[in-house]
Design a protein around this ligand. Structure first.
Ligand code: GLY
Length: 355
């Protein structure tokens, strides 16, 4: 598969990943190389990764706990201390080997340690391959509020080796699929339809689709790296989805949702808002609802849950001047940004989701 050139770096695939990385390591004169893993990727991905890289100097492995609840400044502090204790300097390289939590948090740690060191993302989950590792967004949660602290700063390369997906649990695969479906919804109806027709998520079928998703996202990022306009489209389903995800993280009564599960609910609800305000047809709305409900099921939100989730909407990063701004669909494949909707429609959107 062809490499994809991005803003200041490239995204490489399969065997090409290791060739590019080995050349880069050989020619870059790094003083130290750190590999950030979590407790899962340490076991399931690191051995394969190490077997493929050739480097003279010793590598330092830093492990963090796995899971969204560890995507915090406390974890960053621990890693900054480890880097410091292990003599990290400004010519250090950090390789983030993991899912979206590791690539987001590791990118932020690298962007801020000694005012910024080089980093490479090696995504090991479907979600990190098609979304988190690409496009320079780095950061952590503030309490349970998603991605409130961070910077946009690009990695030196992204290496996508889909064989890491062989050990990924099924629910994590489904979580990543939600971001791929989102790419179709905002940019390409044909891609959406092909994903809807997928019978199962096997790696050989997914390889080309992963490449397509990254290409779709990367084109948006190249045109609008700092999210001044078009890039906001990538937040379709995320305004309500992030609020739902944060609420569930903090609430013992509701099961913690994976990111893709939360934005699947968000995409149904924001589909409803799109129908009411931006001209999305009823036929397409029903198709969106049926697709996400079939794959992700449904969460029962009480009235109390709804009002708490509504309160969390004010933390969305697209908001300004106290107004909640949505990315909404005109039709499948076409998305508008900065749409403001009446509050009562949010209540209706929850009802539509539950129906
Ligand atoms: N995950 C959305 C973006 O990178 O803009």
């Amino acid at each position: 598969m062809n490499s994809i050139p991005s803003t200041s770096y490239s995204i490489h695939f399969n065997d090409r990943c290791y060739k590019e990385l080995n050349t880069y390591l050989e020619t870059s004169n790094f003083s130290k190389i750190f590999i950030l893993v979590d407790s899962n990727t340490h076991i399931h991905c690191l051995p394969k990764f190490l077997a493929n890289i050739q480097v003279e100097m010793a590598l330092e492995i830093i492990e963090m706990e796995a899971g969204e609840i560890h995507k915090t400044l406390d974890t960053c502090t621990q890693i900054w201390h480890s880097l410091s204790d292990l003599d990290g300097d400004r010519k250090s390289l950090i390789i983030n080997l993991g899912g979206g939590v590791v690539t987001d948090l590791g990118g932020f740690v690298a962007s801020t340690f000694k005012r910024g060191v080089s980093f490479v993302n090696v995504p090991t989950s479907l979600l990190a391959m098609v979304d988190a590792s690409v496009g320079g967004k780095t950061g952590v949660d503030l309490g349970t509020i998603k991605n409130q602290i961070g910077v946009i700063n690009f990695s030196d390369m992204v290496l996508v080796d889909p064989s890491f997906l062989e050990t990924l649990p099924k629910e994590e695969m489904r979580s990543g699929l939600a971001e791929m479906l989102k790419h179709g919804l905002i940019k390409n109806a044909d891609y959406w339809n092909r994903l809807c027709d997928l019978k199962e998520l096997n790696i050989s079928d997914l390889e080309g689709l992963i490449h397509e998703s990254i290409t779709l996202k990367n084109e948006v990022v190249k045109r609008d790296p700092n999210e001044q306009g078009e890039r906001k489209q990538l937040n379709y389903g995320h305004t309500l989805g992030h609020a739902i995800e944060s609420y569930c993280l903090d609430n013992d009564q509701l099961k913690t949702l994976l990111h893709g599960e939360a934005i699947a609910a968000g995409m149904i609800m924001e589909g409803y808002l799109s129908h009411k305000t931006c001209g999305l047809s009823e036929t397409e709305l029903i198709q969106i609802k049926n697709t996400f409900k079939t794959i992700y099921g449904s969460v029962d939100f009480s009235e109390n849950d709804k009002s708490s989730i509504f309160e969390l909407l004010k933390y969305d990063k697209k908001n300004s001047h106290g107004q909640i701004k949505y990315a909404l669909l005109e039709s499948i494949g076409s998305c508008l940004v900065d749409v403001i909707v009446e509050d009562y429609l949010i209540d209706e959107a929850f009802k539509y989701y539950a129906s």
